[in-house]
Design a protein around this ligand. Sequence first.
Ligand code: F3S
Length: 281
Amino acid sequence: MEVILAKKAGFCFGVQKAIDMVYDEANNSDNIVTYGPIIHNEEVVSDLESKGVKAIDFDEKKLSELSDCTVVIRSHGVGKKIYDSLEQKNCEVVDATCPFVKKIHKIVWEESEKGKTIIIVGSEYHPEVEGIKGWVNGNVFIVDSEEDAESINLEANTPVCIVSQTTYNAEKFAKLVEIVGQKGYDSNVVNTICNATNERQTEAKEIAKNVDAMIVIGGKNSSNTQKLYEICKNECENTFYIQTAKDMDFEKLKDFEKVGITAGASTPKNIIEEVHTKCQR
Ligand code: F3S
C-alpha cells in the first residue's frame, strides 16, 4: 500500500515554532508559565504541565501577582502593555509570537504613530486581535461584520490603515474592506491573512483526489479539522475522521492501494507519525 502524508499536515510554522521554543525552555529552566495555553490541544498542554510548564489564562490580577519567572508569549502575540508589565515584574520573556503576527504589530504601531486610525478586521475577543489592538497608539476599530463596517463614522479623507486577523476568511475580509472603502477615507489596506490554512486545505484536496482512502486526524471539536474532513470527503468517498491512531481500524485499509493522510492545525506531530507508521505496516 502506498501512503502519502501531507507536508502541511498539523501545526503551521508559527505554532510549531512556539511549541519548539517552549519545550526548549522547559529543558533549560524552571518556573515557566505560558501566557494562555500554547495551543488548543489538551495532550500538549498536559505534557508541558508534566514538565513544569503552567498555562495561565491571564487577567490583570494574575499578571500583577507574577514575579521572577519565565513567561512564554504564544504565537497569537500580546499587546505592548503586557511586555511592559512583564518587564516591570522582572519576568524573563520568551517571545514565541508568530513572525507574521509580529509584522501586524509593527504595521499598526507605525501607522497609528503617524496618526492613522486603525481598523482590524477580525473577531473582537480573539487573543490575536486583542494583541494587535494592544499595539495601536490611537484610534482603533474592530470590524467583524457588515454592521460593524457600516457603523464606522469618521470624517471624509481620514487616514485609515486596515489589517486583518491572520486566520480570517479572505472573502469576508474583501467584503468588509469594500464597505469601508465606500466611505471616502484615505485608506491603506494591508492584507495580513496567513496562507497556512489555505495551503493545508489545497494540499489535502489534491491528495484526496488521487487516493483510494483518506485519513484526517484532529480534535472532534476542531473546526479547521472538520473543514479538512469535508474537503477530503468531497474528493474521496472513503475518508476517515480520527482523533488518534486508536480510532482507526488499520485492517480496513488493507483493501486500498493508495492512502492519504492529513491533519488539522492543532494535531501534534507524534500522533500524525503514529498513524503514518501504522498505515505502512
Ligand atoms: Fe500559523 Fe503564524 Fe499563520 S501562527 S496560521 S503561521 S500567522
